[in-house]
Design a protein around this ligand. Sequence first.
Ligand SMILES: NC(=O)c1ccc[n+]([C@@H]2O[C@H](COP(=O)([O-])OP(=O)(O)OC[C@H]3O[C@@H](n4cnc5c(N)ncnc54)[C@H](O)[C@@H]3O)[C@@H](O)[C@H]2O)c1
Length: 324
Amino acid sequence: MNGRRLRYLITGGAGFIGSHLAEQLADSGCGVTVLDKRIPEAEPDPRVDWLEGDILDESLVGRLVERHDGVFHLAALLGVRRTMAEPAAMVENNLLGTLHVLRAARREGKKVVFASTSEAYGKAEPPFREDMDLLFGPTQKLRWSYAIGKTLEEVLCLGYARKGLPVTVIRYFNVYGPRQKTGAYGGVVAKFILAALRGDDITVYGDGSQTRCFTYVRDAAEGTISAMKREADGQVVNIGSRTEISIRELAEAVKRLTGSSSPIVTVPYGEVFPPGFEEVPRRVPDMAKAESLLGFRPRIPLEAGLGETIAWFRERPRRGSGRL
Ligand SMILES: NC(=O)c1ccc[n+]([C@@H]2O[C@H](COP(=O)([O-])OP(=O)(O)OC[C@H]3O[C@@H](n4cnc5c(N)ncnc54)[C@H](O)[C@@H]3O)[C@@H](O)[C@H]2O)c1
């Protein structure tokens, strides 16, 4: 590229992971444009070009892809709970948006990194390796709609790879950290921290024995950036951590680290999810491919990451970006 400053487009870059990715790319001296339906009013990074717009606008996506060296495609409606509530909206938004990004990137010869999910493994037996069989329930059980939707987008990416597009699919494993979404469709770490800081019940779904491997958002962003390298073209790669923890242990850790007196309570799945919900009991990535292909190793241990996340949520009301 003749020493020219590289410029990247991040779709969904105003979201949780994308905003960290934008910061980290700007830190490394790259130019960054964020395309998102919703640009935050508070604290947007002045080094980043923020553009309010929709990935469903194909000509806008085309013009933007043309002006950048590569695309991190993160924009999506996401999460099992949300896609159970709005499966058609999820498929329309995500699949069409991904199609627009891939078409434009192929036309312009630009690399794409596509954000998929560990949900794509469904209820397969861990550790989850990128080349293993995926295991879903029936399509009528909308619990699997998010996994199936993302899997279809993966197939679209890999189909475009066969047509010559440089594209890498990354599967994130439970990313957490500052700016994580709370609310009905928020992540479990953010919800636990908020409840602990407010003195509310820390609500564990099921008996809390289900396990996850949480990935600190700065590590996830670093892994995402490493997937832009051409050696990863046409590949699917896990971006996660090896630290497995049960949700009950997570609740206890959050309670201890916040010094909270909140009770930890359990609620049956049937009381919080629509009928047909099925839990994945263990979700653990095999990280060998990320290490060998991308040179990616997560660096932030869970306790340190939880500490930074708790500090951010404690400061949040003072920065005016939300009330506890
Ligand atoms: N957070 C996780 O743990 C996790 C795990 C697995 C996969 N992922 C994937 O990573 C990506 C980013 O997730 P996140 O946690 O940052 O989510 P997020 O909801 O914080 O960010 C997604 C962003 O996409 C934007 N968006 C959605 N539809 C759009 C459209 N039509 N046009 C423009 N912008 C649109 C939203 O406004 C939002 O800012 C998603 O693709 C998600 O499926 C996340």
